[in-house]
Write a protein that binds this ligand. Structure first.
Ligand SMILES: NC(=O)C1=CN([C@@H]2O[C@H](COP(=O)(O)OP(=O)(O)OC[C@H]3O[C@@H](n4cnc5c(N)ncnc54)[C@H](O)[C@@H]3O)[C@@H](O)[C@H]2O)C=CC1
Ligand SMILES: O=C1O[C@@H]([C@H](O)CO)[C@H](O)[C@H]1O
Length: 308
């Protein structure tokens, strides 16, 4: 079987850390070209833009997008219009409207699209989802705290409009939570703490609920220099489920559970391969909607300026 010829746009941190290793390890894909504005990718043809890749580069069947969310919409639109399958890093776009338009265009074009909510593929998520399916939910506490200087060094885009600030990692927690829970969530209130020299928050407290008044709370912190914390604790009538390390670890009533051995991005690309084979798409908008609603209803507090 011929491999899926893959182009990649935006050869930055996540492309180097995760995407290229996952693509290289999956024989169903062959990375044949990269379009990027930073350092080139070794071993493949490099182009300065998607336009140039599509016009002058080798034939590709699919394109992975690892650019910042601002400006990504036009790029993905161009790939869809060219009949390419698309894998789009999170958050899919800078706005909910753009993401909705991409979902419609992928359907109209009859190509496969994947909004790669990578945290949904963490090793403990499916076992957690199976356990929760027969339990009585009481409350959810999300704590998602990391150091932006470690994960986004020098990335000014994250503090600009459309860059989401702390919701850039925080949306991962929302993508897991919305995948685990049976009913859609909505935002009741939010407090956004925005550095005086930034356009997006460095910390946020969010209160969410669902149609059955489930109490869901989230604390996001992007300036959390010491022990990073990526945890979701779900209290049920029958016991307490806890995901730690971004979903890599699962415990129930304090007892560690067996989890998958597959890494997040290996699973993302295996899913993308399956969608292409099934002529299907997976373009969930709920995590981005919760972020948009947090910005809609969130109170703002100005905090000290951020310096990288
Ligand atoms: N940094 C991290 O730990 C993670 C980041 N992500 C997501 O991946 C996306 C990218 O993040 P990073 O890799 O950290 O950012 P980055 O700033 O390191 O990389 C972005 C890359 O896109 C390139 N680029 C920008 N505009 C372009 C254009 N029009 N055409 C071609 N290339 C263009 C830049 O030259 C740069 O190489 C974001 O949406 C982020 O949320 C996802 C998981 C983890
Ligand atoms: O998607 C993302 O993951 C984090 C980090 O890589 C691990 O939590 C990063 O801030 C965000 O872009």
């Amino acid at each position: 079987m011929q491999p899926i010829r893959l182009g990649l746009v935006g050869y930055g941190k996540i492309a180097q850390d995760q995407h290229v290793p996952a693509i290289t390890a999956n024989p169903a894909f062959q990375l044949v070209a990269v379009a990027t504005q930073g350092q080139p990718c070794a071993g493949v043809e490099n182009f300065q833009s998607l336009n140039e890749l599509l016009e002058k580069g080798p034939q590709v069947d699919a394109i992975a997008f690892c650019t910042p969310p601002q400006g990504r919409f036009a790029l993905v639109q161009q790939a869809l219009a060219a009949g390419k399958h698309v894998l789009v890093e999170k958050p899919p776009c800078a706005t909910l409207g753009e993401a909705m338009a991409l979902a419609s265009q992928a359907a109209e074009q009859g190509v496969s699209g994947l909004f790669a909510w990578h945290s949904r593929y963490a090793p403990g998520i499916e076992a957690a989802r199976d356990w929760l399916a027969t339990r009585t939910l009481q409350s959810v506490q999300i704590d998602w705290k990391e150091d932006v200087r470690k994960w986004h060094p020098g990335q000014a885009w994250i503090w600009q409009p459309g860059g989401l600030g702390v919701f850039d990692p925080g949306i991962n927690a929302l993508s897991i939570t919305t995948h685990l829970l049976p009913l859609p969530l909505f935002v009741e209130s939010a407090e956004l703490r925005v550095p005086s020299n930034c356009q997006s928050p460095i910390a946020a407290s969010i209160k969410m609920s669902d149609a059955l008044q489930l109490d869901v709370r989230a604390e996001f912190d992007f300036d959390h220099g010491h022990d990073e914390l990526w945890s979701i604790e779900i209290r049920c009538a029958e016991g307490v489920l806890r995901l730690d390390n971004g979903g890599a670890l699962l415990s129930i009533d304090g007892v560690r559970q067996a989890v998958s051995e597959e890494g997040e991005y290996a699973a993302v690309y295996r899913h993308f391969q399956q969608l292409i084979g099934d002529k299907a798409s997976d373009l969930d908008l709920q995590p981005l909607r919760l972020v948009a609603d947090s910005f809609f209803v969130g109170s703002r507090a100005s905090v000290e300026p951020f310096h990288d």
